[in-house]
Design a protein around this ligand. Structure first.
Ligand code: CU
Length: 118
């Protein structure tokens, strides 16, 4: 290797830059920004499938490792959702495969319906 100091610096900077860009793009909370870009009053419902990771009925929350959702430009990822009604979580546990409908709502993603699939 015969790199001049400047080239090495440039290379290191470029690497740092691409690494930070990558870590931003797979941060679930970036979803919030995308929802805010949606037209005001839009209340589209999305349907997807995933694997339940954690259920928290008291907080009306569930963590799901979901499939890619092309309509939202979301890659597959694990993230938290809230549920409209605690009873939706009654028969769910970590490890269940589910199909669910949700709507972006404020800073949250609200599940309206969820069912276990095989
Ligand atoms: Cu996600």
């Amino acid at each position: 290797m015969n790199l001049k100091p400047l080239s090495i610096l440039t290379l290191a900077f470029g690497l740092a830059l691409s690494t930070s860009t990558l870590s931003l793009s797979d941060d679930c909370h970036r979803h919030g920004g995308q929802a805010a870009d949606a037209p005001a009053g839009s209340s589209q419902t999305y349907t997807t499938k995933g694997l339940v990771k954690e259920v928290n009925p008291g907080a009306k929350k569930i963590t799901i490792s979901h499939e890619a959702i092309p309509d939202l430009s979301w890659p597959p990822m694990t993230m938290g959702f809230v549920v409209e009604s605690q009873t939706l979580l009654d028969n769910l546990k970590a490890g269940d495969k589910v199909r669910f409908d949700f709507q972006p709502q404020g800073d949250n993603y609200l599940i309206q319906d969820i069912e276990i699939v095989q």
